[in-house]
Design a protein around this ligand. Structure first.
Ligand code: ADP
Length: 349
């Protein structure tokens, strides 16, 4: 292979830059020029007026300095056109015209679908799992998950200190889209009393009862960790009627949120205050932990090694603490397993 490319796609995650640096190191070891494609798959569609807006040659010297930085130097974006076969053909043609003979795609399952299509169009691709959500069942870890969890753990520890000082329960919302892993690991790591996730149905009334049990036991600083997707698995609850009849204005059709949920808990448990915090983007914009950076390094260099040997259509992952690879197709078919027993343990008291 004479020249390869690398792109980051989907939501950004800590460790993406470290993976790009590792790909650059691998490319340098194999004496292959490396092209960074910008804004995910958009950079391959040649819609910009200047080539420099879409891609740039990456030299090891440049990317060595970005390895520990959060975010993604190459930028990332969603690219709706990539769902259309005609646009994917444009992307494959662009790669051929640029002499790019292989591509490393750093992203989540959506990005891997795109990579699979490019493979079918004759462009060898290797995927590296870059998402904080940990929602790729074929691998034990995804780039950014460890960092995101550590940010949440720091946040919950700080919040619990103030909760304890003021005798106030607290609702903390963490990310993860449809996956409750960040919430569960955060709850386990901080001793949070309740965790709510999209994988397990739950009810507002039952949660209030659990919180009340904590209060009766004298625990006035209980933490409820909620995954951002947990509202999907909430049993129907008439928030509008409940809040309006308890002196809190709420408009019909307004969606529930961490702050609304805290208001409901406060009223159901007769507390003076229940506060809420949404940890938000700080989870995605943190400097990668050593664990994420080390995984990025191994995955990035392996990706180049595979391309140089003519191996394609594979994704890299981690199993039993070891970096491995398997076909994109099989990886995407694996079913997610949620750790229900750990979830039950957190919520059991
Ligand atoms: P993630 O990669 O983190 O799962 P998305 O699901 O948003 O994020 O996907 C990122 C990008 O991957 C999309 O914007 C699109 O360009 C491409 N993509 C997603 N799904 C497909 C698909 N089924 N076919 C082709 N490309 C896809």
């Amino acid at each position: 292979m004479k020249k390869i490319g690398v792109l980051t796609s989907g939501g950004d995650s800590p460790g993406m830059n470290a993976a790009v640096m590792a790909v650059a190191k691998g490319a340098a070891l194999h004496n292959m020029p490396l092209v960074g494609i910008k804004h995910g798959y958009n950079g391959l569609l040649r819609k910009s007026t200047s080539l420099a807006d879409d891609m740039e040659e990456l030299h090891l010297d440049t990317v060595l300095d970005i390895a520990d930085r959060p975010g993604t130097y190459l930028r990332t974006a969603r690219c709706r056109e990539f769902l259309d076969p005609e646009w994917r053909q444009v992307a494959a043609d662009t790669l051929r015209a640029m002499g790019i003979e292989g591509l490393v795609v750093i992203g989540g399952d959506g990005s891997f679908h795109g990579a699979e299509y490019l493979c079918k169009l004759g462009i060898p691709c290797i995927g590296i799992p870059g998402t904080i959500d940990n929602d790729l069942p074929y691998t034990e870890m995804t780039l950014g998950y460890d960092t995101a969890v550590n940010v949440c753990v720091d946040a919950v520890r700080a919040i619990r200190a103030t909760s304890r000082s003021h005798d106030r329960p607290h609702v903390v919302e963490v990310m993860g889209r449809h996956c409750g892993d960040i919430a569960l690991t955060t709850a386990v790591s901080t001793g949070a009393e309740i965790v709510l996730v999209p994988e397990v149905p739950w009810s507002v009334e039952e949660t209030a009862k659990k919180l009340n049990r904590q209060l009766y036991k004298g625990n006035t600083r209980a933490t409820i960790v909620v995954a951002e997707g947990c509202w999907e698995s909430m049993e129907p609850f008439d928030m509008y009627t409940f809040l309006n009849s308890h002196g809190k204005r709420c408009y019909e059709g307004e969606p529930i949120s961490a702050s609304r949920f805290a208001s409901i808990m406060k009223r159901m448990c007769n507390m003076i205050e229940v506060r809420s915090t949404v940890v938000g983007y700080t989870q995605r914009g943190a400097e990668p932990t050593a664990r994420d950076s080390a995984f990025a390094f191994e995955a990035g260099t392996l990706a180049v090694d595979l391309l140089s040997k003519g191996v394609s259509n594979q994704v890299i992952g981690m199993r039993m603490g070891k970096v491995f690879y398997m076909s994109i197709d099989e990886a995407l078919q694996e079913k997610r397993k949620f750790n229900r027993s750990l979830y039950d343990l957190v919520n059991s008291l």
